[in-house]
Design a binder for this molecule. Structure first.
Ligand SMILES: Cc1ncc(COP(=O)(O)O)c(C=O)c1O
Length: 477
């Protein structure tokens, strides 16, 4: 059924949500700071409410702010509010169409071949657990999983639990191996990882960007290592599966799952401007076709194919969408991607709320701009914090590719006191282990580190305010 949401587009145009707001920019106190070439950060900020509060939002690796349009979108969807896949009503069909189109947008964003390879979950953590549970029955006695000390607990604890707690109860012995990292540079020790991968490595699990060290491992090389291990998968294919935790990669880096050759890739939309509640699992189509679902129940079964002795599952991707989904959340998440492209490229026609497919070339251009913008902010922060006495930053030095964050300690100061002192000055940092418990422990950082992290809407003024506040706190002692 080809419904057109003319009312939405008209509202957008008459309400001027995108172009007019761009024209009538509402610069905050940072207006004097020149925008980094390529991305008009002040225009971007005018779509958010937080700048007006004076907050220096520098805890973006945890969660990003959401633009007004996405909150308003929930309101605009309510006249036709309905569930998906279960009603003859026009409202349900409209909502279903918008929901399903969201999968196409997400697929385009990461260059997945089609919506069939996309499953939505609550967040990255749940997506990784979905992989764990769907592969559970495939592990053979003597297999292993290789992960790293750099991981967020979301990409370590499931594998630890699988090997140490779940599979032993089925009488199967599977090892969880953990690759080291270089303490000075924060880079994954890829040679060590290569030494851990062998012909019994079913799966290699790495994060695309560390949320503590900021390092980004060479995924191409890791793909080759996983492949060379030669593990015999149940399909007859040779090589270990590769799972990439892209929670910190996706928000500011262009992702092409086909070029990366990953088998699984997971990320969360609440780190990419969308409201809380939706994460994505990309998986190679053939894997999804043959693997068991993680959740069973309604909506994931084939119409009319449920009997006491036989149940058939729905077509991909709905086989992996059991139960009533987060309909509005998924729509808003896909629209967050479209809006990000609009805000980064600032060229009409708007992609947000457009019924046209998202153009991959726009994604490439938008993410290149975002990436170079945040790289500039990170270099600036590294250069300016370099002069603060007693401050030590972890991870790669300035000039080396890294995610837009800095985790640091100041000699003689508890990171939690630092974060609290920064907060008194309006600067939002985060202290603790950031769920990167293994790496903190490995470095002997029991009380954790303090972290500043940037997003596409961060400007130089935010960085300078944060660094100046930090310098003043350290001077005061
Ligand atoms: C690298 C990495 N992986 C996984 C996660 C978990 O994300 P979520 O809490 O959205 O599941 C995070 C969140 O901070 C992260 O930084």
């Amino acid at each position: 059924m080809g419904h057109h949401y003319g009312y939405v587009s008209e509202r957008l145009i008459s309400g001027g949500l995108l172009p007019q707001r761009r024209r009538e920019r509402r610069p905050d106190a940072t207006a004097a700071v020149p925008a980094i070439e390529g991305l008009d950060v002040e225009a971007m900020r005018s779509h958010f409410d937080f700048p007006a509060t004076g907050r220096i939002v520098t805890n973006n690796a945890a969660t990003t702010q959401t633009p007004r349009e996405l909150v308003d979108l929930y309101r605009r969807l309510t006249p036709w509010y309905e569930g998906v896949h279960r009603g003859q009503s026009t409202a349900s069909q409209r909502m279903t169409e918008r929901f399903e189109e969201s999968y196409d947008t997400i697929a385009t964003w990461i260059n997945a071949p089609s919506r069939r390879t996309i499953a939505t979950y609550r967040n990255t953590t749940e997506a990784i657990n979905a992989v764990m549970y769907s592969l559970l029955t495939e592990f053979r006695d003597g297999d292993n999983v290789v992960t790293t000390l750099v991981e967020h607990n979301s990409n370590f604890v499931p594998w630890y639990a699988l090997a140490r707690e779940v599979l032993p109860r089925f009488g199967r012995s599977v090892e969880c191996r953990v690759a080291r990292f270089d303490h000075d540079t924060g880079q994954l020790d890829v040679d060590h990882l290569a030494g851990l991968v062998d012909s019994r490595t079913k799966l290699v699990c790495v994060s695309g960007a560390s949320n503590f060290l900021g390092s980004k491992p060479p995924l191409g090389r890791i793909r080759a290592i996983a492949h060379a291990g030669g593990y015999l998968q149940p399909t007859g294919e040779r090589g270990s599966l590769l799972l990439v935790d892209a929670a910190q990669l996706a928000p500011t880096t262009l992702i092409d799952v086909q070029e990366l050759g990953v088998d699984y890739l997971a990320f969360s939309f609440h780190k990419m401007l969308a409201p809380f509640g939706v994460g994505v699992l990309y998986a190679r189509g053939p894997l999804l076709e043959r693997s068991l679902p993680f959740l069973y129940g309604g909506d994931m079964v084939a119409e009319g194919k449920v009997g006491p002795d036989r149940v058939e599952y729905g077509e991909l991707p709905w086989k992996f969408a059991a139960g009533t989904p987060n309909v509005l959340g998924v729509i808003a998440s896909a629209q967050a991607l479209r809006l990000l492209a609009d805000l980064a490229l600032a060229e009409d026609p708007p992609r947000f709320e457009s019924r046209s497919p998202l153009c991959r070339a726009d994604v490439v251009a938008a993410m290149n701009r975002v990436n170079s913008h945040v790289a500039g902010l990170t270099d600036r922060a590294l250069a300016r914090t370099g002069g603060i006495p007693g401050l030590h930053t972890y991870g790669p030095p300035a000039g080396v590719v890294r995610s837009p964050l800095l985790a640091f300690t100041v000699r003689g100061t508890d990171p939690r006191d630092l974060a609290a002192a920064l907060d008194e000055q309006g600067v939002e940092a985060r202290a603790g282990c950031h769920c990167a418990s293994l790496a903190h422990r490995d470095l002997g950082l029991d009380v954790g580190t303090c972290r500043l992290s940037f997003a596409a809407y961060t400007n130089n003024h935010d960085v300078d305010r944060a660094v100046d506040a930090l310098a003043a706190i350290v001077r005061r002692g």
